[in-house]
Design a protein around this ligand. Sequence first.
Ligand SMILES: Nc1nc2c(ncn2[C@@H]2O[C@H](COP(=O)(O)OP(=O)(O)OP(=O)(O)O)[C@@H](O)[C@H]2O)c(=O)[nH]1
Length: 219
Amino acid sequence: MKASSGSIRIAVLGAENVGKSAVTVRFLTRRFIGEYNSNTDLLYRTRFQSEDSSVCIEVLDTCSRKEFSSTDLTPTWAHSYVIIYSTCDRSSFDSARKILDSLNKLRIQGCAPILLLGNKKDLSHMREVDSDEGDRLALQYGCRHEEVSAADDYKIIRNIFQELVADAKIVQQQRATLPKKRRSSLTNVSKKLGAVFGKKDSLEKRKLSCDIIDLNTIK
Ligand SMILES: Nc1nc2c(ncn2[C@@H]2O[C@H](COP(=O)(O)OP(=O)(O)OP(=O)(O)O)[C@@H](O)[C@H]2O)c(=O)[nH]1
């Protein structure tokens, strides 16, 4: 999977059915698509207009149903992470914790901003995870926590992603100005992440199927 140079790359991770596609599509197209059926990871490319500048972004919407997911590759690919759980699914919150834990073990926090995002806030009568729990988990892992409803919110989701892109941009700029030696130690962290997330087979040897949707050509 080749990234276009200069893009900010965001990986959207999380358990099954939490709304990864719904949040991603809401952010990128303003629309809420109720039933989103995809058995493959989708990589969206678009130009994102923030307050004072425009930036190319790539958003990888990972598919939790697929046996081998591009998720395994994101540690060496992403500039930032959105880890989604459903506020009405306790087990998805546990999955989010596991993902945070894996990233934390390799000290990714300083290298790429991470956002813990509780989705399906509109289903308040079905809530299983309190907002405070999300706050505490985020505090524990030194990342941000927000709650949204992909069904109801567009502006909030857009603002959240806008801030994430801005943060990722700053980290990338800082990395670019680091002395070469320090930069290569970050590359090592990246390699180690690949080892933790990856399978025994060399990731590089495996062909990933990842559909690419270039919104620049659609808009
Ligand atoms: N009420 C409500 N339903 C939502 C929300 N976000 C997503 N859904 C629903 O939750 C279901 C799963 O949404 P998806 O976006 O497909 O979830 P996903 O995490 O991408 O799913 P997989 O990767 O296929 O496991 C769909 O039926 C959506 O309509 C939300 O904010 N509120």
